[in-house]
Design a protein around this ligand. Structure first.
Ligand SMILES: Nc1ncnc2c1ncn2[C@@H]1O[C@H](COP(=O)(O)OP(=O)(O)OP(=O)(O)O)[C@@H](O)[C@H]1O
Length: 558
């Protein structure tokens, strides 16, 4: 097994996608709860009929049509085509982010185990999802800590050598930045994004538009760097690109030309030029063949059959291999379910089930760190981000202090009679709603972080629970300080219960409410506002209004 693994490492990973069909529904259902009513009564057969009819009537869009592609190790495969051709969809399918309706993906002629493949590959999205306040070195270091099981000195030397390889030495200590925070240049930020996804030495690197938004020099530098990585590390690099310049095209080993979800050409740039000439096109001297093909995409599409014939012999050559691969997939499917449905039996190609088909990858299963280690690393990262937004926290502290004083002066010295009790209810409801509305400012930060969280957890860097615990741990002391600053002046100005348990319970309930809304700001707001009334009831209990505080107040009001 060890021998087999090292041989696999040496030869690299050849990725082959066969018969990929991907459809999306473009029309919304008229009744979102239809599935829970009418469809429940349908039997299996009629359900199938309804699905077929629905697919036609709902206007399903065929994003990818029977796509075949092959990417070899030590090489770059560039997916080119006009906007909406299906490049990103194909990359997402190859990266295991999307599941096609039909088609199979193989690694070295073996069906893939999607969960392990996600870990062993790197997927760089079109948008840079990085923490703007961290430095380049910190960003790569946190990524290394989360993805690799190595001692600290080895991690540090790995990060240093990667920065050197990416040409980021000179900006190691500079902040990454984004649209709002001034940081490194766009090209350098793209390199950091690539660095984050290659820190664990993936065998396959998938990049969606790595040069988008960059000038031609920076774009060339990025592709040059990727070429070097493919040639030195033996990686399989698959990328999509919009309008590659002449010098960039020369760096591609093969090109997949797509339009309207179909493959028009799959081969080298020279083969593309030859195909265009056989179609009767006059290629000007020194022309960028890829650019020319994209400009004449309509003619190429009309003549699509001619180009497809160019591809067919390649496919036919490997047809016997494909048949055996298909058999493996089907056997795995059979063993999994124990029986086939009619649809499965007649399906030309099937989506590979990741769990049941065993292809051994040279990557440790599970996470690189224990839950505790993950929490510590993430807490460290949270703290760094928080300490670099001191102004925001200073504003929030002043806001809470002033709000406590203002609210205390409005509800100054409440009496212990019926009117006083009613005003207390109003005060508590106001306080809790106010705390919730204060924390909605955390929503944009959460949305920004959410993308990073989704990306990191989907590739198995850490557990979501570690993120939530680390977030809570880092925010808790700060929220406690805010709760005390808000409640101390308010408590004494209003003249609330002076007994020991009341004094402690008041800031504690406020703290729990703040923490609850801070952690759950992306969740259900209605639930949180409902929580206000529950918390108000808790506070009334502390004020001596018994188990059913609100009812007591209501009853006394009557
Ligand atoms: N989830 C979706 N909802 C609606 N349309 C979608 C969805 N996914 C893909 N499409 C459609 O499928 C087509 C292919 O999309 P895709 O993003 O793969 O194209 P692309 O070649 O990467 O385009 P671009 O170069 O502009 O990024 C587009 O017309 C797009 O509108």
């Amino acid at each position: 097994m060890e021998k087999q693994k090292s041989a696999m490492k040496k030869q690299g990973w050849e990725i082959e996608a066969i018969g990929i069909n991907y459809k999306i529904s473009t029309k919304k259902r008229e009744h979102p709860f239809k599935i829970f009513t009418k469809n429940q009564e349908l039997n299996q057969e009629s359900k199938q009929q309804v699905t077929d009819i629905e697919e036609a009537s709902l206007g399903a869009r065929h994003v990818l049509k029977d796509v075949y592609c092959k990417a070899k190790p030590w090489e770059i495969l560039a997916i080119v085509g006009p906007s909406g051709a299906g490049k990103s969809s194909l990359l997402e399918i190859l990266a295991g982010k999307l599941t096609p309706q039909n088609g199979s993906i193989f690694v070295n002629q073996n069906p893939i185990n999607r969960a392990q493949f996600k870990k062993a590959s790197g997927y760089v999205t079109q948008k840079d999802t990085l923490f703007p306040l961290l430095t380049v070195e910190e960003t790569l270091m946190f990524s290394a800590k989360l993805r690799l099981r190595l001692p600290r000195d080895q991690l540090s030397s790995k990060v240093k050598s990667l920065m050197h390889e990416l040409g980021l030495d000179h900006v190691a200590m500079a902040r990454v930045g984004d649209d709002r925070v001034r940081g490194i240049s766009g090209g350098e930020r793209r390199r950091v994004s690539i660095g984050v996804d290659v820190i664990h030495d993936p065998e396959v690197l998938i990049l969606d538009e790595p040069t988008s938004g960059l000038d031609s020099t920076s774009a060339l530098q990025i592709i040059d760097m990727l070429k070097l990585m493919a040639e030195t590390r033996g990686q399989t690099i698959i990328l999509s690109i919009h309008q590659p310049g002449f010098r960039i095209v020369k760096l591609f080993n093969s090109v997949l030309l797509m339009a309207n979800g179909s493959v028009l050409h799959h081969g080298t740039v020279d083969q593309l030029g030859a195909s265009l000439r056989t179609m009767g096109m006059q290629l000007p001297l020194h022309v960028n063949v890829v650019e020319f093909a994209m400009e004449s995409i309509d003619i190429v599409q009309q003549q699509g059959k001619v180009l497809k014939q160019e591809i067919q012999p390649q496919l036919l050559l490997s047809s016997s291999t494909r048949k055996s691969q298909q058999k493996k997939v089907e056997e795995a499917g059979e063993s999994r379910s124990g029986k086939f449905t009619l649809q499965q039996l007649f399906q030309q190609s099937k989506v590979v089930d990741e769990e049941s088909i065993g292809f051994e990858f040279d990557f440790p299963p599970g996470f690189a760190n224990s839950r505790l280690q993950e929490t510590l690393i993430l807490s460290h990262r949270f703290s760094k981000n928080i300490f670099r937004t001191k102004e925001l926290f200073a504003c929030r502290t002043i806001q809470m202090l002033i709000s406590g004083l203002v609210l205390g002066s409005i509800f100054y010295n409440l009496k212990d009679d019926l009117v006083g009790a009613e005003e207390r209810v109003g005060l508590f409801a106001f306080i809790l709603t106010f705390l919730l509305s204060c924390t909605t400012e955390a929503l944009p930060i959460f949305l920004q972080e959410r993308e990073i969280l989704m990306k990191e957890t989907s590739c198995g860097s850490y557990r979501v629970s570690s993120y939530a615990i680390a977030n809570g741990l880092v925010y808790l002391p700060f929220l406690l300080i805010l709760a005390i600053l808000f409640t101390v002046p308010l408590y004494w100005l209003v003249g609330l219960n002076p007994q020991f348990h009341g004094i402690h319970a008041f800031p504690a309930v406020n703290l729990v409410d703040s923490l609850h809304s801070e952690l759950g700001c992306g969740k259900c707001l209605e639930y949180m506002f409902g929580k206000c009334m529950v918390s108000a009831e808790d506070l009334l209990k502390e004020e001596g209004y018994g188990e059913n505080g609100l009812d007591t107040v209501r009853a006394s009001a009557v």
